[in-house]
Design a protein around this ligand. Structure first.
Ligand code: NDP
Ligand code: OXD
Length: 309
């Protein structure tokens, strides 16, 4: 029995090496080198081309090579009954926490103003921002969002979070469901989106939502580009409703060179690298799921297709 890696945009040789070290007994193939697909029961996929699935007739399950599964779920060629699992990995959550802390603190401590003053050799002073009265809101309190929220709270920010089901998290005030979304948004000096992209969350950051934030709020979107209505975001930035947007994910990736986001003075663009999967860490979970699949046991981190994540 065999596992195939279909990892366009990720280094497949890193993945292969990591799996070999973790589970030398697993026969690992690299797409498109699959012959007639004989014996290939498990695929690890990122940006898989549609034709891959028909070439793998014995496939029993697919794992996302990252946390998100929106692309797999929207793939019209992926067989509807094929079980999907996803990565839950501490290095993914840790990478995202670094990203969010970096950009919240960059705005909180007014780094751009300090850099501008240094460029002009100006000794400026402004009151130190008050951390406990600055509210950071995290949309999505899953494997990644909960970790990020906990670390923001540990620094001393008033941290609030929003999820679908009611949650209890140490040091974090929580809100749940559509009924509590508006109240949550009204409190966020910094809003961090770490939601999965689903039919329910697509376009959630629209004019209405952005208008509910306190004036001059900062946005970080590292969920998916589809969460943001781009025209509404630009309008909110240009009107001063939003002070800044840090964007890691986009409706079209790579972000096209002519896109207005690249040159907007209030936008920082990062190339979907807030939290990259670390194969040496993720390999354990992939190997475990392969063994479970081979032995007919329940898989780790299954995706609920109906829920969309
Ligand atoms: P999880 O599935 O663990 O968590 C998702 C969270 O979103 C849950 O708290 C869930 O609520 C909440 N949620 C989903 N739908 C709704 C809704 N309709 N209303 C309210 N809350 C909702 O995902 P992860 O934390 O592992 O990952 C989140 C996303 O982060 C990924 O899907 C991906 O898009 C993005 N990501 C981006 C990366 C990057 O580099 N930019 C890297 C890794 C991930 P509940 O808990 O109640 O189910
Ligand atoms: C992921 C991502 O979903 O990197 O893991 O976006």
């Amino acid at each position: 029995m065999t596992l195939v890696l279909i990892t366009e945009g990720m280094d497949a040789s890193d993945w292969k090496r990591a799996l070999l070290l973790t589970a030398p007994e697993i026969d690992v193939r690299l797409w498109p080198d699959v012959g007639r697909g004989d014996g290939i029961i498990f695929a690890v996929a990122w940006n898989a081309p549609g034709e891959a699935w028909a070439a793998l007739p014995e496939l029993r399950a697919v794992s996302s090579a990252g946390a998100g599964v929106d692309r797999l779920l929207r793939d019209p060629d992926l067989p509807a009954e094929l079980p999907i699992v996803r990565l839950v990995d501490e290095r993914l959550a840790g990478g995202m926490a670094e990203y969010v802390l970096l950009h919240v603190l960059r705005q909180h401590r007014r780094l751009a103003e300090l850099q501008a003053a240094q460029a002009e050799r100006r000794w400026i002073s402004f009151p130190t921002p008050d951390t406990p009265t600055t509210t950071v809101g995290v949309l999505g309190l899953g494997a990644i969002g909960a970790d990020v929220a906990g670390k923001l709270a540990a620094i001393g920010f008033r941290t609030i979070g929003w999820s679908r089901a009611v949650k209890q998290l140490h040091g974090v005030e929580t809100f749940a469901g559509q009924a509590e979304l508006d109240e949550f948004l009204g409190l966020c000096d910094h809003l961090v989106c770490l939601l999965p992209l689903t039919p329910e969350t697509e376009g959630i950051l629209d004019a209405r939502a952005l208008a509910l934030l306190p004036k001059g709020a900062h946005l970080i979107n590292a969920g998916r580009g589809g969460h943001v209505v781009e025209a509404d975001l630009l309008q909110a930035l240009d009107s001063g409703q939003l002070a800044s947007a840090t964007l890691d994910v986009f409706a079209t990736e790579p972000l096209p060179p002519e896109h207005v986001f690249w040159r907007h003075p209030k936008i920082l663009v990062t190339p979907h690298n807030a939290a990259d999967t670390v194969p040496s860490s993720a390999a354990q979970q992939i190997a475990e799921n392969y063994r479970r699949l081979r032995d007919g046991r329940p898989l780790l981190n299954p995706v609920d297709r109906a829920r969309g994540y």
